[in-house]
Design a binder for this molecule. Structure first.
Ligand code: MG
Length: 255
């Protein structure tokens, strides 16, 4: 494997599974830190703030500043602030997306009180039927439907659990619209890292377990990609895809 200046890691299935760190990935990140190479965490997890993700990583032995953590929540808030100025936003999601939307100065509303211009959906473990009803009706009344990410499912110690994309598609199907997704495989998060740090695309590599999000994100952005066989999509499945990652490996190794 060639050397890069900036290593962009997916989190779930790449750095950890559920609450358990993946030893080889943790050793690899420690190595990058020792060599003073740049590393970033690029995650479709919109349910946690960067501070909460920082704590999750710290519990696994990875000390990282929050400015290394790029979540789909932050990117979604930036996308809405840029494209729907002064919008009233109805949100389904937890702390991560709420904090991100508020810090962009967006006006969060309930559909009982106002008619939203935008419905934003991020992962919400307290989601219920009435929230989905409100989102579905608001979108039918003309609100734009934006999902932080399209992940249909994600791995846990118990097995696969429903991901945000499952719920966004549910609302989209009811309202008969095409949703917009901001998280991977959209290349927006990698574009922001490139802009903020001034890397060339050939300096960057995207590392992940999920072909349809991580690898396609890197391919669409135009950088090298590494698929690891530690999460949701097996190497066997990846090898059947038409567009191949730059490298397919079992797990990360220090060379
Ligand atoms: Mg993953």
């Amino acid at each position: 494997m060639r050397k890069y200046k900036a290593y962009c890691f997916d989190l779930d299935g790449t750095v950890y599974r559920g609450k358990k760190g993946i030893d080889s990935a943790i050793r690899f990140i420690h190595h990058l830190q020792k060599e003073q190479l740049e590393y970033f965490f690029v995650t479709n997890n919109s349910s946690k703030t960067p501070e909460q993700l920082q704590q999750v990583l710290a519990d696994m032995g990875i000390d990282t500043p929050t400015n290394r953590i790029y979540s789909s929540a932050l990117t979604t808030a930036k996308y809405i602030a840029q494209n729907f100025k002064d919008a009233d936003v109805f949100m389904i999601g937890s702390d991560g997306i709420r904090t991100a939307l508020e810090s962009e100065g967006l006006n969060l509303v309930d559909t009982d009180d106002a008619r939203p211009n935008v419905v934003v959906m991020g992962m919400d473990r307290t989601n219920d039927y009435m929230k989905l009803v409100k989102a579905s009706l608001a979108v039918q009344a003309g609100a734009k439907l934006v999902g932080t990410n399209e992940d249909i499912r994600f791995p846990s110690e118990l097995g696969f659990l429903p991901g945000n994309g499952s719920f966004v598609h549910l609302v989209a199907n009811v309202a008969q619209v095409e949703p917009t997704f901001v998280g991977k495989p959209s290349p927006v998060m990698l574009e922001i890292i490139q802009q903020e740090y001034g890397f060339e695309k050939e300096d960057m590599v995207m590392i992940g377990d999920n072909y349809d999000t991580d690898i396609l994100c890197g391919i669409r952005f135009g950088c090298d990609t590494i698929h690891v066989n530690t999460g949701v999509v097996s190497t066997e499945l990846v090898l059947q895809k038409e567009l191949q990652p730059t490298y397919c490996i079992e797990e990360l190794e220090i060379l």
